[in-house]
Design a binder for this molecule. Structure first.
Ligand SMILES: C[S@@+](CC[C@H](N)C(=O)[O-])C[C@H]1O[C@@H](n2cnc3c(N)ncnc32)[C@H](O)[C@@H]1O
Length: 291
């Protein structure tokens, strides 16, 4: 089968996808598998595809037809110019998360000897992007509970030759490993989908781990408990930044204010949805039992 014949076959089999989305996916799949750029694919369109590569490509079409995410088939996905290894068991880095990384990078720019922790790190995409953005000015820590996701974090840590200090742990317990007023910034993109909504998510997302999605009955479980347990670990004047789901701003803002975080700000994503909420810890931290 030639490249052109494969494209015809794939388009026929994946006609349930939007044309522009399908065109983009097939371009990425072919570029990755055949190690050719778009121009080379066009020039070589009548060239026979090597049999082992063809088997992989046909299998990829079959898996995509079932909704299996392209990113898992490829085994990696680019996030802010960083190649992040992914597969079943770890959340695929989303472009929306860029807003969170950019916000913290801007807030921390020109500061030195920073200590920042990424809670619920998954593949580590936020931690590695912060490391790239802040360089030697920051020591980045990262915590992830899932065994499978943490394996991907470790693979990325190695392939990126990173210095991020990662640990497998539960964020609802791990806070006790740090002294009070330790971090300049605590950042998290936690699970934030309401439990009842998970079954209604699009097919691709259903292949991603429930542990990465399930934010409890009202979707706010992690915001409430991270604020409660981690606030004492932030230095006075330090920063707390969350990625949030659509429509969660008012509730997350209220949780943060109630925990002793002030100067609440938000940032919108490319679609105009409030995606990031940030705030500054006021000097006095309420005791956990007072909250
Ligand atoms: C929404 S995903 C975000 C992953 C990554 N930070 C990103 O932006 O792509 C949430 C992550 O939290 C992890 N997680 C869930 N419960 C946790 C807990 N109690 N402690 C630590 N990590 C947890 C999940 O396994 C998942 O990797």
């Amino acid at each position: 089968m030639t490249i052109q014949e494969f494209l015809k076959y794939a388009k026929k089999n994946l006609n349930c996808f939007q044309t522009s989305e399908l065109k983009y996916e097939l371009k990425i799949l072919l570029e990755d598998c055949l190690n050719m750029n778009t121009d080379a694919l066009i020039i070589n369109k009548d060239k026979e595809i090597d049999s082992s590569k063809l088997i992989y490509l046909l299998q990829a079409v079959k898996m995509r037809k079932q909704g299996f995410p392209l990113q898992y088939i490829l085994g990696s996905w680019e996030f802010m110019g960083i190649k992040i290894k992914v597969g079943s068991g770890v959340l695929i880095p989303r472009d929306d998360t860029r807003v969170l990384v950019e916000d913290i990078s801007q807030a921390m720019v020109n500061k030195r000897d920073l200590k920042i922790i990424d809670l619920c790190t998954g593949s580590g995409c936020i931690a590695f992007a912060l490391e790239k953005a802040l360089g030697n000015n920051a020591k980045i820590y990262a915590v992830e509970a899932s065994e499978e996701a943490y394996k991907y974090f470790c693979e990325n840590f190695k392939s990126l030759n990173s210095r991020v200090c990662g640990a497998k742990g539960n964020v609802f317990e791990f806070y006790s490993n740090f002294e009070d007023n330790f971090f300049d910034a605590v950042v998290s993109n936690p699970p934030y989908i309401k439990t009842s909504q998970i079954k209604n998510l699009q097919k691709e997302i259903q292949y991603e781990p429930t542990l990465a999605l399930d934010g409890g009955e009202d979707g706010l479980y992690f915001y409430r408990n991270i604020c409660k347990l981690w606030i004492s670990k932030i230095k006075p004047g330090g920063y707390l930044a969350f990625e949030i789901g659509e429509g969660q701003f008012q509730e997350v803002k209220s949780i943060m204010l109630h925990s002793g975080i002030s100067n609440i700000q938000f940032k919108k994503d490319i679609n105009g949805i409030i995606r990031v909420v940030t705030g500054i810890k006021i000097a006095e931290t309420p005791k956990i039992n007072d909250l």
